[in-house]
Design a protein around this ligand. Structure first.
Ligand SMILES: *Cc1c(COP(=O)(O)O)cnc(C)c1O
Length: 417
């Protein structure tokens, strides 16, 4: 459930017509609904009721400062995957003791930054990373909290590019190696073993792969217990899917019930790293039709947003619903909705029945709150879109549209030219 609904013929974000926002801020523009973010966060939180748990929202889904501040205000922590994300989280006022740091390729300076910031823990993804964190912690004079990210080799039945928990994936440590690595880490003087972590993929529409992973982790946890290695945290990553099209993902409450029944006897504090589930349907991308044209028997709708703004269709062939901002089109048409980028892969909609958009019409690409702006780029020297947050009957620009000057910031011509 989200707050992008029609009132009469007009699409609204909460109490504001999308058309009013575009008139004020221009197009293309990402528009987020604060009430939707809050609702999704609370639904996830309530799904775990009284069970000790922390929601560490995945910053990479939508990393705008205002969004991170909103999450922090709701009591959430964050999952980060870079020093840049750590900087954002701290700027937004996220409690460092609610920050977990994942990612296969952490640099020395990023590890040091995280140690000095006193984050809760590193989700360690390789044997060498264990050694490196121990060394740097020694130099900095801190103890590093760690969890090992294990790879339970469970198929999440999602898109291959967002499948992360299979043996052949680059993520985590294998089940086979995990016990030996925990034993090794337990001997290191600058590490404190805090937990175990897994994240098997994104956009999962079934609870079974989550439950299967927990079953595998439980075997590991009991082996560790026999060795005297006690854990505090069980981090189950993110990955709970959302409805883009006709998917029927489990409700957070069902996901919560399935996980709790599997984990209640462990006595561990649960950590979750949802990104898409919180942010995905809390945002749209509004764009404008520039031209239409016919080619053989194909109908093209050319708009002012492209794969540089919303990369998911080009990258994964993903589906984003498209709706008119004002419903006054003359029926439907089978069309491709394409951007201005010089790539054939630059489409937002491929061969689908859509309203007969005409020049100047505004449209909303739904479910663009996660992996929308954060994946956008300056390809074709296109300034990135503005971001707007709506709260009831007011809205604020939370990131200005980039200018052409922004495009060349940091560039220089060498003095021999
Ligand atoms: C991307 C990612 C997440 C968030 O995934 P969603 O599918 O958006 O919930 C959580 N944890 C890690 C380690 C990730 O890489």
């Amino acid at each position: 459930m989200h707050y992008f609904q029609y009132k009469g013929n007009e699409l609204y974000a909460e109490d504001i017509p999308i058309a009013d926002i575009v008139a004020a801020v221009g197009s293309p523009v990402f528009i987020y609904s604060q009430a939707t973010f809050e609702r999704h966060y609370k639904a996830f939180d309530e799904a775990f009721g009284q069970a000790p748990h922390t929601i560490c929202y995945s910053v990479k889904a939508n990393s705008n400062l205002a969004i991170l501040k909103l999450i922090a205000g709701l009591g959430g922590g964050v999952d980060i995957v870079s020093g840049g994300e750590l900087f954002r989280a701290l700027e937004a006022g996220v409690d460092p003791k609610k920050i977990v740091y994942s990612g296969v390729g952490k640099r020395d300076d990023e590890i040091e930054y995280a140690l000095r910031s006193d984050i809760l823990m590193f989700n360690v993804e390789s044997e060498q990373e264990i050694d490196r964190i121990n060394e740097i912690a020694g130099q900095v004079g801190k103890k590093a909290g760690i969890a090992l990210r294990v790879n339970p080799n469970v198929d999440p039945q999602t898109h291959p590019y967002i499948t992360t928990g299979l043996k052949k994936a680059k993520f985590g440590i294998t089940m086979e190696d995990a016990v030996a690595e925990y034993k090794r880490a337990a001997q290191m003087s600058n590490l404190e073993i805090l937990g175990i972590d897994c994240h098997i993929g994104s956009q999962l529409t079934n609870v079974e792969p989550f439950v299967d992973s927990i079953k595998k982790l439980k075997e590991l946890i009991s082996q560790l217990g026999e060795l005297g290695i006690e854990l505090k945290y069980l981090d189950l990553g993110g990955g709970l899917g959302i409805q883009y099209d006709a998917e029927d993902p489990p409700l957070p409450a069902d996901y919560g019930a399935a996980i709790q029944s599997e984990t209640k006897d462990l006595g561990l504090h649960l950590i979750f790293e949802p990104g898409r589930n919180i942010a995905g349907n809390a945002g749209i991308l509004a764009a404008k039709c520039l031209f239409t044209k016919e080619r053989d028997d194909k109908h093209f709708i050319i708009i002012d947003a492209g794969m540089n703004d919303l990369a998911r269709p080009a990258l994964y062939g993903s589906f984003h619903g498209v709706q008119p901002v004002v419903k006054d089109q003359d029926g439907m048409v089978a069309a491709d909705i394409v951007g201005p980028i010089c790539e054939t892969g630059d489409f937002l909609v491929k061969e689908r029945q859509v309203p007969m958009f005409k020049q100047g019409d505004l449209m909303a690409f739904m479910s663009a709150g996660a992996y929308g702006f954060t994946m956008s780029s300056n390809y074709n020297s296109r300034p990135r879109a503005a971001e707007v947050l709506v709260n009831g009957n007011r809205f604020a620009v939370i990131r200005e549209r980039e200018t052409v000057e922004d495009l060349i910031r940091g560039e220089s011509v060498p003095d021999w030219m």
